[in-house]
Design a binder for this molecule. Sequence first.
Ligand code: ZN
Ligand code: ZN
Ligand code: ZN
Ligand code: ZN
Length: 473
Amino acid sequence: HNCGRIRPMYVPKCRVPAHGYDHIVFENTGSFVTALWRCVGPGCGGAKLQGTSQSPCSCEWKDAAGRAMMRARTFNDTRAYQVHALQLVNIDNSEFRQYQRHPQRGQIAAAHYLNLIDSLAEGIGDASQGVTVTRVSPQEWQQREQLLRQMHVPEEEIEQYRRMMGPEESGLAALPNTDADKVRWELLGADRPFVERAAVFDPAQIQRITLDDQCVRFAELQDRLAQQTTERAREQARTLGIAEIAVTWEFPVARVAFGYTREEHEPERGVLTGFHNKYHHDGKYPVYVAASDTEALLVTFSARSVLSFLSAKGLTVGAAEDESVARQRLLELFTDQDDPEAARAAATVHTVIHTLGHLLLRSLDDGQVGLAENTLAEWVVTKALTVAIYADNVREFTLGSLWTLLSNRVLSWLESTADSVLSCENDPLCHQSSPRCCERCVYLTFGCRLFNDDLDRGLAAEFLRHTAASSHT
Ligand SMILES: [Zn+2]
Ligand SMILES: [Zn+2]
Ligand SMILES: [Zn+2]
Ligand SMILES: [Zn+2]
């Protein structure tokens, strides 16, 4: 039952006393709606005793129709038991802990994403200085500067003013004023994956090597062939709307299982049951943690491409030439809680990023690199347009496969990802479905945090068409 109660199927007894349970058979039709219990004892001749219809549960939980019916499922049916778990970035140092608890962590994460600071340490430092001087915007400062010049104020004095009250060009103070621009940076502090991304992309916390780094390395080694292939891979990445591809050996992910649902698994519908047992753990609710430092591919999509796509779809206006400006525009959109258009734009971005993440992951499973789809998992940070694909080495150890990929095979990987957006073995059936997705093209067996919700090859294909078209102009 949805409430979590589970009990074995009821097996009826034949009414003929000599038969009892001795001649009962189960007629398995493959469906609990039509499956039957029959008695094949002498005289009964296979008479129907009972169906396997639902029986009521004694709990208080009721469905929309006010009933509490139990449902029959085979024991390995995933509807009968679904574990719910969180992914946490699990860095064990005092700086990261200080950052996680910091009241301004949303601002620090945003400043890091917008390239205003390079590290968490810098952000924490800036925040603790508690800059209280009200600074003017760049436009206002221009006007003031003109005025000061007209008043023949010496240049060094103007420079002093600028340093005191002029617009900040870097650091936490360079974040646009929250009141004036309606950007709710502090809301980002509640988005745990967004906060964690700043740590994952801070080289002082976690080392990563990008495709660009690889290009430089091959150039230094004068390996012309490898350099050319890597440059073509970068070009291919751009047409997929990807701004950065990197690999890390130490993706510090922990999976924390805290409960399970039966029958209904969606928010507001499923009933979450914790792993609680009154005889163990002093009656508390335990959580189960699997922590590992594992290999991961880190893919960040281009904010300029995403913004341009949203603009083409009429979900926002205007594009941006500068990547940081585009990122800022998208964060404004993602934190705007009042505008239904902004919510639609955010949902669109989520579906595109999530779908491409799945396709990138599935394209690794080509029988060559040694990565099976069901040994990989995803980590999605929509607001930062970032997807990580990590080796779930609770199941399997990968021994540098992802690094091999970044060194040699990234071009073919990206090419097969681009192809997989367009076709599915289940086409034309899959192609005609809406949203366009199924277990043959997009779904993941274990690795999806969202149980394969919010996926659409159609929307992803639209994004790629738009990006490819605009990257040629
Ligand atoms: Zn009988
Ligand atoms: Zn119940
Ligand atoms: Zn499909
Ligand atoms: Zn997923």
